[in-house]
Design a protein around this ligand. Structure first.
Ligand SMILES: O=C([O-])[C@@H](O)[C@@H](O)[C@H](O)[C@@H](O)C(=O)[O-]
Ligand SMILES: [Mg+2]
Length: 414
């Protein structure tokens, strides 16, 4: 009989190279921080998870780890109960951070699913309810960017700050990976220029579903002024302005669905969102919704209430990509192509090297669990990067100030 009890849980912070990508919050730092979680059963089966690399998350998972010993990897209720005690009660400073608890649960929960799958010879997609699509389509995630990090030479993408260069970036993404849909990270340049960028993408790729995401960087009146240009151009408009209230004003004036990964990020945000009809598409993200089970629950809520469902990403490596692919393959109403930052990354932490997209899509990894195993040499190297990089949380604003002294974070900006 397989022993599914947890013997040990470990979290290792890592850092991997990230290009100088721009968003409303500033510029990506030279290293993106992340963490690798290992849940080991009494039988020595190791389940993997990947999550954020911020200090608060790492400390909270490390503090929770001893409480998990002896708990079955199937006991998701037990995980939530233990995490609630540890994250909200036992650690001064974390109380009230409603976003930390589901993040901590997610980090461990994915590794529990992987351990269960590996211990019982089943794929996570099957444990989540069964595969409903052969392959999972992802979108080309375009960013404006500087040529290189401050004080460093240009990377091979070069500077992207104009519609022409944006089209070049998209072409490289599409030629290399075959993506169909295109998402533009906005909220950086004056909005008219960013919409001109979208129009250039439409001219170059007439069939591509387009999206734009200013991360709340526009005022309501700015978004309203731009609606006539956006209608008929985008499949959805992601977080144009701040908050449920502000976005509801915009949604009331257009048939273009508004989408969010910023203002509906927990189940408690769903009722006010429904009451105000602010966002009609939710970008799920298992890393902060409380894991794979909670993301399946979210999908059901969206189905019942007629909300669209897409998938959000942050800078990540292959364990997260595998988890996103299993989840997406098991979610019938996930009808939009998923976001991924993966093509911007060059490192990997799983054995066998980097994933390859075919026609913009991934097949569900073969093998039990998530279908990936840890490359321990890579883990050691990326952990050393973390120790050497000199930071323990993401700070896009300070990074931006190295390029543009005096730059200040502002939301909305335009
Ligand atoms: O990586 C970035 O700069 C993005 O802006 C990311 O932080 C967002 O969380 C995200 O991709 C989004 O869709 O808002
Ligand atoms: Mg977004």
């Amino acid at each position: 009989m397989t022993d599914l009890r947890i013997a040990d849980c470990r979290i290792t912070p890592i850092a991997f190279y990230d290009p100088p990508l721009l968003n409303n919050g500033g510029c990506h730092q030279p290293f993106a921080l992340r963490s690798v979680i290992e849940v080991e059963t009494e039988d020595g089966v190791i389940g993997l998870g990947e999550s954020y690399g911020t200090r608060s998350l790492i400390d909270a998972v490390a503090a929770l780890a001893p409480d998990l010993r002896g708990m079955a990897v199937t006991d998701l209720n037990g995980l939530w109960a233990r995490a609630r005690t540890r994250v909200q009660g036992g650690m001064p400073g974390y109380t009230g951070d409603e976003r930390l608890l589901p993040r901590v649960v997610s980090a461990v929960e994915v590794a529990m699913w992987d351990a269960l799958g590996k211990a019982t010879g089943q794929r996570v997609v099957d444990l989540l309810g069964g595969q409903v699509r052969e392959t999972v389509p992802f979108s080309a995630y375009l960013f404006y960017k500087f040529a290189g990090h401050a004080g460093q030479p240009a990377d091979d993408w070069g500077e992207v700050l104009s519609p022409e260069r944006l089209v070049d970036e998209a072409r490289r993404f599409i030629e290399t990976h075959g993506f169909r849909a295109i998402k533009l990270k906005a909220g950086i340049l004056p909005p008219e220029e960013e919409v001109a960028g979208l129009e250039a993408l439409r001219a170059a790729f007439p069939e591509a579903p387009l999206r734009i995401d200013p991360n709340g960087g526009w005022h309501v009146h700015t978004a309203l002024d731009l609606l006539p240009r956006l209608e008929g151009l985008v499949e959805y408009l992601e977080d144009p302005t701040v908050g449920i209230d502000g976005n509801a004003v915009i949604q009331a004036r257009t048939d273009v669905p508004l989408a969010t990964n910023m203002y509906v990020v927990a189940q408690s945000h769903l009722p006010p969102n429904m009451a105000q009809d602010a966002f009609r598409v939710i970008l799920s993200d298992h890393h902060y919704w409380g894991g794979l089970k909670a993301s399946r629950d979210l999908a059901e809520i969206c189905r019942i209430w007629g909300l669209g469902l897409s998938m959000h990403s942050n800078s990540h490596l292959g364990i997260s990509l595998a988890a996103m692919t299993h989840l997406a393959a098991a979610t019938p109403n996930l009808t939009y192509d998923c976001d991924t930052h993966y093509p911007w990354q060059v490192d990997e932490v799983v054995e066998g090297g980097r994933f390859e997209f075919r026609d913009g899509s991934l097949s569900v990894p073969e093998g039990p669990g998530l279908g990936v195993t840890l490359d321990r040499d890579a883990l050691a190297r990326l952990h050393q990067n973390y120790l050497d990089c000199g930071y323990t949380h993401r700070d896009d604003e300070s990074e931006m100030q190295k390029h543009q002294p005096g730059w200040r974070f502002q939301r909305p900006r335009y």
